[in-house]
Design a protein around this ligand. Structure first.
Ligand code: SF4
Ligand code: SF4
Length: 383
C-alpha cells in the first residue's frame, strides 16, 4: 500500500482515480484479466470478483455524448441513460470499450429499453430485477443471480465455487466496512473535511481495480483524518446536509458545490455513491450464500422498487446519526421514479424527522448553476 502523505494529495489522487483507471483498465486487459462493466448498484460485484474479473462502473457523468445518444434515444430521457449510451455508442468510454461483458438490470424503463439497443453492438447480460422486495421476488432474483453466475462461468471459462463466492463476499464486506468507517468521520461536528472531498474519496474508490488493497487504503485514510482532527484540523461549523436521490458524479457535483459554496456542508450521501453501496453487508455465515448475496442486493432502497420501504429507513438513520440539519434531494430530469417518490421523502423528512427538505431537479449541463446556488443558498439560510 502506498504511504498516505497528506490529505490534500489523497483527495486529488482519488479525484483522479476515474481518469487513472482509464489507463489502468488497458493494463488490466493486457494482463489477461477479464473486465465486467455495470451500470447499477443492484449488480452483485462478488460474481466478478469470484470469477477473477475486474468490475467497473460504466455510468457516464458528462453531457458530451448526449447529442450522439439523441440520434437513437428520445431527448426527454434521463441524462444518465443518454450519456451512458452515447459514450458506449461512440466508443469514447475506455471502460466500455475494454469491457468483455456489460451487465444491465431491468431497473427503470429508460435503462432497460436502452440496454436492448446497446445489445446490438455489445455483449449485454440483462438481469431481470423484480420491482418489489417480497419473498417471492427474492426467490426470483436468486434465480437471476445464478443465471448470471452461469453466464460468467461459461463466457470466461471459470468455475465460481461456493468457496470462491464466500471469499469474494468476505472481501467485498471488508470494502463496505472500510467505506462506511471513512464516511463516518463526517459524524464529527464540525466535520474534519468538506463533503466534496469526502465525495471524491468515495467516488474515486469505485475506480480502484486492486480490490484486495482497498480496505487497508480506505482505513488508512480514515485513520489519518481522525489523527488530524484530534490535532485540531477541521472545517468550520456549518449547517449539515444529507444528500439523497439519483446518483451523483462528474457534472452533478455542482449540487455538492452549491451547498458548500453557500455556507453548508454535505455530511452524508444516501445515494449510489454513498450509503446505498456500503450500508448493508452480505451475511457471510448464511448456509445459502447465494440467497444471502441476493438478499443484500435486492434490499437496496432504490426508487425503482414499489413500495420502496428501505429508503426512509436508511435516510432516517443517517439524519439521526449524522445530526443533519436538512435533506437535499437531487433528481435527474425525467427520472420518473425518483421524481415521483420525492413527495414521500419530503413528507418523511418534514413530518417525521422535522427536518427541512429541498428537491432540485437537474441535468448534465452547467446552465442551471446560478439557479441552483440561489435555491440552495435560501434553503441553507433557513437553518
Ligand atoms: S439509483 Fe437505483 S437504478 Fe440507479 S444505480 Fe442506484 S440502484 Fe441502480
Ligand atoms: S437516474 Fe432515474 S431514470 Fe436515470 S437511470 Fe437512474 S433510475 Fe433510471
Amino acid at each position: 500500500m502506498e504511504l498516505i502523505k497528506n490529505l490534500p494529495a489523497v483527495f486529488e489522487e482519488f479525484a483522479d482515480a476515474r481518469k487513472n483507471a482509464f489507463i489502468n483498465v488497458k493494463n488490466v486487459k493486457e494482463s489477461g484479466m477479464p473486465v465486467i462493466g455495470s451500470y447499477c448498484t443492484y449488480f452483485p460485484t462478488e460474481i466478478a470478483t469470484a470469477a477473477g474479473a475486474a468490475s467497473v462502473s460504466l455510468c457516464s457523468t458528462s453531457g458530451e455524448t448526449i447529442p450522439d445518444a439523441e440520434k437513437d434515444l428520445p431527448a426527454n430521457l434521463c441524462p444518465l441513460i443518454k450519456s451512458s449510451y452515447g459514450f458506449a455508442k461512440t466508443d469514447k468510454c475506455p471502460f466500455f470499450y475494454f469491457s468483455d461483458l456489460v451487465v444491465g438490470e431491468t431497473t427503470c424503463d429508460g435503462k432497460k429499453k436502452m440496454y436492448e439497443l446497446m445489445s446490438e453492438f455489445k455483449d449485454v447480460f440483462i438481469m431481470e430485477l423484480p420491482n418489489s422486495q417480497k419473498e417471492t421476488a427474492l426467490a426470483f432474483y436468486k434465480t437471476e443471480v445464478l443465471r448470471m453466475k452461469e453466464y460468467v462461468e461459461k463466457k470466461f471459462g471459470v468455475e465460481i465455487t461456493d468457496e470462491k463466492i464466500r471469499a469474494a463476499v468476505k472481501l467485498e464486506n471488508e470494502i463496505r466496512l472500510a467505506k462506511k468507517r471513512l464516511a463516518e468521520v463526517m459524524k464529527h461536528t464540525p466535520t474534519p473535511v468538506t463533503g466534496l472531498n469526502m465525495f471524491k474519496l468515495l467516488y474515486g474508490s469505485t475506480f480502484k481495480f486492486d480490490r484486495a488493497a482497498l480496505p487497508a487504503e480506505l482505513n488508512g485514510i480514515a485513520d489519518k483524518i481522525e489523527e488530524e482532527y484530534a490535532a485540531g484540523k477541521m472545517e468550520e461549523k456549518k449547517p449539515r446536509i444529507i444528500i439523497t436521490g439519483c446518483p451523483i458524479g462528474g457534472v452533478t457535483e455542482k449540487v455538492i458545490e452549491a451547498v458548500e459554496n453557500n455556507g453548508g456542508v454535505v455530511v452524508g450521501f444516501e445515494n449510489c455513491v454513498g450509503a446505498k453501496l456500503y450500508e448493508n453487508l452480505v451475511d457471510e455465515k448464511a448456509d445459502d450464500i447465494w440467497l444471502a448475496l441476493t438478499k443484500r442486493y435486492l434490499d437496496i432502497g432504490c426508487s425503482v422498487m414499489t413500495p420502496n420501504m428501505n429508503r426512509p429507513v436508511l435516510l432516517g438513520k443517517m439524519i439521526d446519526e449524522y445530526q443533519a440539519d436538512g435533506v437535499l434531494e437531487m433528481t435527474l430530469q425525467t427520472c420518473h421514479t425518483y421524481n415521483i417518490e420525492h413527495k414521500k421523502i419530503e413528507a418523511f423528512c418534514r413530518d417525521q424527522k422535522k427536518k427541512p427538505y429541498l428537491m432540485v431537479e437537474t441535468d448534465y449541463s452547467t446552465a442551471d448553476i446560478a439557479q441552483l446556488n440561489t435555491r440552495i443558498a435560501a434553503f441553507i439560510e433557513m437553518m
